[in-house]
Design a protein around this ligand. Structure first.
Ligand SMILES: [Zn+2]
Ligand SMILES: [Zn+2]
Ligand SMILES: [Zn+2]
Length: 352
């Protein structure tokens, strides 16, 4: 279960669309040019956010979302009855959006130049140290998810147009690679005549025995056939901090924590292990397999074989590994075959 704890409130800021000045969230009309904050101008997180301790600001943060007057659009506090600008009934207004998670402000540049007097100020400041006017937007604000969505739907028509040039480039590259592989390894570049001079087979039969295998501190539960099982649970607290827009120029910083637990187990499992391999080999076309006797707690694993045919060609000796015993058995000593070779000298196929 997630536990939720409020860490307090931080003041947001908004950028005046008229003069680009950055205003503190609690200010409802631009301190530079006097324009009221329009309803569609979102709050952003400030670069130098601090938990608000001033009681008046805390109360303002705790109030609900601000309401834009239905008559003149002016931002009014949630508890207003009439508009501070035009005196209209606030009931006709529209509350600002609240509850969105706000992304952290982008790192501010080191210096912001005042548009009013030209003084250079630290990037995290909002007002000019010399003339007191609001400093301009320091960096492109990061878009909120809602804004991103809006921007995305606006650009939908552009985005749906695939980048054929890019696809074409990737396609051409892959095609070139495929052709190179085909050319080097698959396509025969020449044929030579070869006579079988020798054949060789080697067979292996593994002898297996049940052995107790110990596993210690494996993550997850023990298998059902395990014994000597001992398990313990390790828990850790995983926390995440979210900054949530309150719609009134402030955001609440909330820490959400939940416990993640993992089980670790030590146990023993009986497993079949190969203890010995019985190999036989020969230089004829009839591979045979060793058939060792084994005890009641042992078994024979699946047998495997290695098959090789040696050809003498005008290019020297070539070897070929047939894929099956029935193919292997066609290579009578002294028979002549056509070997298709690839560029790097490997045999791609063998024909009579
Ligand atoms: Zn302004
Ligand atoms: Zn009004
Ligand atoms: Zn200035």
């Amino acid at each position: 279960m997630a536990r939720r704890e409020s860490k307090g409130f931080v003041q947001l800021e908004w950028v005046c669309p008229n003069c680009d000045g950055r205003n503190p969230g609690s200010v409802k009309t631009c301190g530079n040019c006097g324009a009221p904050q329009p309803e569609n101008v979102k709050f952003q997180r400030a670069a130098n956010e601090k938990i608000v301790t001033d009681e008046k600001l805390v109360q303002a943060a705790k109030a609900g979302a601000d309401i834009h007057c239905g008559f003149c659009g002016t931002r009014n506090p949630a508890n207003a009855v009439t508009c501070s600008q035009c005196g209209g009934d606030i009931k006709e207004g529209k509350a600002r959006q609240a509850g969105q998670i706000l992304q952290a402000a982008p790192t501010p540049p080191k210096i912001v130049t005042c548009t009013n007097c030209g003084t250079e100020n630290p990037g995290s400041e909002t007002t000019c140290s010399k003339c007191g006017s609001l400093l301009p937007r320091a960096a492109a604000p990061r878009l909120e998810p809602a804004q991103v969505k809006a921007a995305a739907s606006q650009k939908d028509t552009e985005k749906k147009k695939p980048n054929w040039l890019l696809f074409g480039g990737i396609g051409a590259f892959l095609l070139t690679c495929c052709l190179a592989i085909l050319f080097l390894f698959v396509f025969p570049s020449k044929s030579v005549q070869g006579t079988v001079t020798d054949v060789r087979w080697q067979t292996s039969v593994p002898m297996q025995e049940v052995q107790a295998v110990h596993y210690s501190n494996e993550r997850g539960s023990a298998p059902s056939d395990a014994y000597n099982v001992s398990c313990h649970t390790e828990s850790q607290e995983v926390c995440e901090e979210k900054t949530i827009d309150r719609g009134n120029g402030f955001a609440e910083v909330v820490q959400e924590c939940h416990t993640e637990s993992d089980e670790y187990c030590s146990y023993t499992v009986d497993e079949w292990k190969t203890i010995q391999t019985y190999d036989l080999s020969g230089n004829d076309l009839f591979p045979v397999y060793e058939n060792p006797s084994f005890a009641s707690d042992q078994r024979l694993g699946s047998a495997s074989e290695d098959l090789t045919v040696y050809f003498s060609t005008s290019d020297g000796q070539q070897t070929y590994s047939p894929g099956s015993i029935s193919e292997f058995q066609q290579f009578q000593i002294g028979s002549t075959w056509t070997l298709k070779m690839n560029v790097v000298g490997g045999i791609t196929s063998v024909e009579r």
